[in-house]
Design a protein around this ligand. Structure first.
Ligand code: E4P
Length: 220
């Protein structure tokens, strides 16, 4: 399973690339706003970090755009900036023809804001390179996300779609493990979610116990 970092903070992305070799980056308008930088500047900075690698950066088209031709034009403009960019289009009816047209041109699309298996199926039918089902938002709404991701994975496999499933809006390590079990290809989460997941209270407890014994033992 691939680990993507969900962030537009350049220092954080550089740290995660260096420390645990994240496989890709996902951004959204909230992350860009939090970075404090203009959209175009920050996506170019992120592109510089992974230039020459296969790592993808998902960059989101202006969410106000609700017209297929405008979506295509904006996606083409963004895709021309970096070979690493995958263009995020929200899962709405006018996006499906845009996804198809762009994918036929070799421009990869991440169909985002997916909350149902039906939306996932249609995005895959349209040729999406990635689909992003958001599980955190559904869990907050008391919905069963495990069955959802399993259903999306089964549909993908039943029809041999090439689309990769990015489980998004991930809040904790249990959700990452669940996504892996359910057949997702990728998870995307913030740095703190990974760091919390890499640690465990018993690991810290064990370090303390063994350090105490170490201190009472001669080395040679
Ligand atoms: C995924 O690509 C999204 O950027 C992300 O996971 C959105 O969820 P959040 O902003 O609620 O974490």
């Amino acid at each position: 399973m691939k680990f993507f970092l969900d962030s537009a903070i350049v220092d954080e992305i550089a740290y995660a690339l260096d420390t645990f070799d994240i496989d890709g980056i996902t951004t959204n308008p909230r992350h860009v706003q939090v970075s404090g930088k203009p959209f175009m500047s920050v996506i170019k900075e992120i592109a510089n970090l992974v230039e020459g690698t296969e790592k993808t950066i998902s960059v989101e088209v202006n969410p106000h755009i609700m017209d297929t031709a405008e979506m295509i034009a904006e996606a083409e403009k963004l895709a021309a900036i970096s070979a690493n960019f995958v263009i995020k289009l929200q899962c709405v009816e006018v996006a499906f023809k845009a996804i198809k047209t762009l994918s036929e041109q070799g421009i990869r699309v991440n169909c985002t804001l997916i909350f149902s298996a039906m939306q996932a199926l249609q995005a895959m039918r349209s040729g999406a390179y990635y689909i992003s089902p958001f599980i955190g938002w559904k869990e907050s709404n008391a919905e069963d996300v495990q069955q959802f991701i399993e259903d999306v994975s089964i549909i993908r496999d039943n029809f041999n779609f090439d689309t990769e499933i990015i489980v998004a809006a991930v809040r904790n390590a249990r959700q990452i493990a669940d996504a892996a079990v359910a057949g997702a290809d990728i998870v995307t989460a913030g740095l703190q979610v990974y760091q919390d997941g890499f640690d465990h209270p018993y690991t810290q407890k064990g370090i303390k116990i063994f350090s105490d014994f170490w201190d009472k033992t001669q080395y040679e």
